[in-house]
Design a protein around this ligand. Structure first.
Ligand SMILES: Nc1ncnc2c1ncn2[C@@H]1O[C@H](COP(=O)(O)OP(=O)(O)OP(=O)(O)O)[C@@H](O)[C@H]1O
Length: 255
């Protein structure tokens, strides 16, 4: 299933947050959305996921979600949102329990997503026993369990330290390389965007508008930290964002 955002705009009361956003998200690709603080990245993701209705424009699903998809548009948040009293397997199971799946099918899905996120040995652990990186892997496993057509990821690595972020990025690249998924990945981190994005949409400061969509052809599996080609793209993205970020920063201080 492809997604398209067409002329999307949004206001909260008198404040215009997003203006005339049009984007295409082809199946099997990762679109990163970057932009200065407060430009409306999370708002855009919530609109795409149907959590809020835009004041203008629309989000179009093109084609069908997989028949096995229990939740076509599935979020992964920064704060993991795990239930502390449930084990790793129990947290993943949670999203399957509202569906009338045979027990064996549910167990097979849990085993599959834990294997894909390298968590099989931790199935019975509780969240408090896990590092931040592992908690986010559980959240990703839980999202994958419903076989989403599109993963909506809002700053998923922001709560993690730099080394854990790097490990998780490698995990996400491995996961995508083995079984490509479709994702919209919101981040303020340009290094993450150039590692994970097939396309990177740069938003202006509020009201967020698409300043440019940058494409990166290099296969994800070939994208190493510090690659000169990626660093050049990152520098270009920063050129696009620098003035916007300064202005947004000054605005926050004034406000
Ligand atoms: N429910 C709401 N009601 C009113 N204003 C809101 C609401 N949600 C967000 N906003 C405002 O809309 C603007 C965009 O917020 P949003 O969180 O989408 O930006 P962002 O780009 O994700 O920011 P950041 O990078 O800081 O996370 C901000 O000025 C925010 O204060």
């Amino acid at each position: 299933m492809d997604l398209a955002v067409e002329g999307l705009g949004h206001r909260y009361g008198g404040t215009e947050v997003l203006r005339d956003i049009s984007l295409e998200i082809p199946a099997g690709r990762i679109l990163c959305v970057v932009g200065p603080s407060g430009c409306g990245k999370s708002t855009l993701l919530r609109m795409i996921g149907g959590l809020e209705r835009p004041s203008a424009g629309r989000v179009v699903q093109i084609g069908e979600a997989p028949a096995t998809s229990l939740n076509p548009l599935t979020f992964v948040f920064q704060d993991f949102a795990l239930l502390p009293w449930r084990s790793v397997a129990g947290n993943v199971s949670l999203v399957l329990e509202d569906n009338a799946l045979p027990r064996a099918r549910r167990d097979a899905i849990i085993a599959d997503v834990l294997a894909r996120t390298r968590l099989s040995d931790f199935a019975h652990a509780l969240p408090r026993q896990l590092s931040g990186g592992m908690k986010q892997r559980v959240a990703i496993a839980r999202a994958l369990a419903v076989d989403p057509a599109v993963l909506l990821m809002d700053e998923p690595l922001s709560a993690l330290d730099a080394q854990t972020r790097e490990l998780l990025m490698e995990d996400l690249i491995g996961l995508w390389s083995r079984t490509p998924f479709t994702a919209i990945y919101v981040t303020h981190n340009l290094a993450e965007a150039v590692r994970l994005g097939h396309r990177i949409a740069v938003l202006s400061r509020r009201p967020g508008q698409v300043r440019e969509v940058v494409e990166i052809d290099m296969p994800l599996a070939d994208r190493q930290a510090g690659d000169p080609e990626l660093e050049a793209v990152q520098a270009r993205l920063w050129d696009l964002m620098r003035d916007e970020a300064r202005a947004a920063d000054a605005e926050l201080l004034d406000g």
